[in-house]
Design a protein around this ligand. Sequence first.
Ligand code: FMN
Length: 169
Amino acid sequence: MPKDPRVTDFLTAMRPAAASVTLVSTAGPAGRYAQTVSSMCSVTLAPPTLAVCISLTSPLADALTRNGVFGVSILADRHIQLAQSFAGRLSGAENYNFGLAQWQQMYTGVPLVRDSAAVLDCQVTRSFEAGTHMLALGEVLACRAGGFPALTYSEGSYGTHTSRPAGAG
Ligand SMILES: Cc1cc2nc3c(=O)[nH]c(=O)nc-3n(C[C@H](O)[C@H](O)[C@H](O)COP(=O)(O)O)c2cc1C
C-alpha cells in the first residue's frame, strides 16, 4: 500500500506537542508486559478514566485487553534510562528489563514504578482498534501522586516542565 502523503506532515506537526512519558504495564493470565507510552490522557472524572494508545504490533496491546487491567506510571525526570529500556532503545538484555526499576502494586496487582511522578491502577472498560493502534479506556481504581517532577518528551528529546507565571505572556 502506498504511504499516505499526510503522514510525514502529521509526524512533523506532532513533534512540538509536549507529553508526559509513562510506562503502561499489565500483568495476569496473559503475561506481564510494560512499554513506554506518551499517548496517555485523562478522559473523564465520572468515573475517573484515562486513555492509552498502544501499537497493535506490541504484545502489550493484546495482553492488556486479555488481562483486563493496566497500570500507568507517570515517570519522574530521572527515569530516562527506564523509558529507553521499555521503548526497546537500549541493547540486548537492557531492553524491557524489569530489573531496572523498583515496582509496587496497588489494587489490581499490575506493576507500577516506585518513585514515579504518579501511579494509576486501572481496569479496562473499553478498547478498540484505530488504524495501527489500540485505544484502551481504563477506569482508575487506585492512584497516587509521588511528588517528583515528571519526565516529558517533545521535539524528539526528553525534558521536564518549567513553570512560568500565568500572566507571563
Ligand atoms: C518517548 C516515547 C513515547 C512513546 N509513546 C508510545 C505510545 O504512545 N504508544 C506506543 O504504542 N508506542 C510508543 N512508543 C514506542 C514504544 O515504546 C516502542 O515502539 C515499543 O516499546 C516497541 O518497540 P520495539 O518493537 O522497537 O522494541 C514510545 C516511545 C518513546 C521513546
